[in-house]
Write a protein of this length. Sequence first.
Length: 492
Amino acid sequence: MTNRLFRDVFAGLACFSLLIYSGCSSARQEPPKPPPSEVIVDQSITQDVQLYIRTQGDTRASQFVSIPARVAGFLKEIKFKPGDLVQEGQPLFQIESDDYQAALNSLNAELKVNQAKEALARANYDRSKKLFETKTISPEDFQTQNALLQEAIGNIDRTNAAITRAKLNLSYTSVVSPLTGKTGPNLVDLGNLVGPGSTRTELVTVAKMDPIYVYFDISDSQFNTILGDSKKAASRNPAVQTRNVSLTVQSGDQPAPELNIAPILTEFQDPETTVEPPVLGEQKPSTQEFTPADNWSVSPEGRGFSGKFSIAMISGPNASADEGFDFHGTLQLTDNTIDQSTGTIILRGEIPNPDYRIFPGQICRVRIPTDVIPNAVLVREEAVNSDLNTKFLLLVDKDKIVRRRNVKIGELVNGRMRVILAGLKAGETYIYQGIQKAKIDDPVEPLTKEEYEKRHDLLINGNGKGKGNDNGKAKPAEGEQAPPAKAEEGAV
């Protein structure tokens, strides 16, 4: 009996020990690893990228006049509506002309009197001449008749000059536009005394807006770039007229920077990948609005550089993007001095404006094409990360492992795509959404944007709500009672 009891107790202790050991072993097992994080990826692409000099300018009328009243009088008639487009020579105002017409009539009558006196003086001169030749009269009498004739002729000339002035004054009573342009508001109302001797001499302003001018300034280093592009254009096209100018210019204490693409630095290279730098080679036919190689040349008139540019109004939805440059013109004037206090030089361009869509005084963005990077590598702007002074991308290799790649960035294209000058080649996969979930050297699940939206049912409504969702909450199946709403925290 005792042995049997001992065996039963021993067996129970053994089972209990096994259970405890089994439980401890289960507790020591590591939890399963979470699945790889989902990230949205894209592939780098290549395309030709136009480089620009960008600045800000303002528009001005190509000709602006303030039309005064040139003669005094009461304003009798206004022959235009403020804001009208008027033609050169078109009447705008009529000043009371009765006094000027009367003055002209008086001078015409005076001219007739002087002409009669001149006829009498000439007849007396002719008779005295014959008498003087026969020595019937003295030389003094002959000289007197000659002087009277010259006086009569002078009076006629003086009266004719006065008539010319009177006609001008009479014509000035009709105020006409000296140019074709757009009028401003009339500065004087009907019935007011205008002209010299009054406080109201300016009647209206007229602005010539077609073409319209754009004034802007660029830095001396950008100007040096233009000089280099001009020299390049001349070397490619012998027909381009240039001046033989030898210049050594610098910006501050350092030589002016060039826009040539620098060689790829070793710290940008992936040890397993050979990355070829973009090389500026022969220009290819481009779909861009300009041909950069021939955009610049020194004008034969010596006015500066004759090239193409475009502007966009600074306000509106595209103010911070690369779109909106709908107005194209030609640079026609360069200032003759660089401002030493600012290190800038003023340029002026001319833009056709037949529809009067651009008004003087508007602020605009200016874009001047310089060179083209052929086959530039581009990625989405949001994929570029910063680490102190280093820019880098998070790439996904063929094993779906996240890798860091240092890159050198360039131009921002259309406000969305960033040029990668070094460190990346076309077709490599990079992360641009979910970057915060990606860890270097850890696996991820790369998805395209379409795959991600389809997986999470985000393409149904297009507003971030999944199929069948109501504000992100699942609806109960048909026939089921909806679960009671959870009381808000703190509610009674």
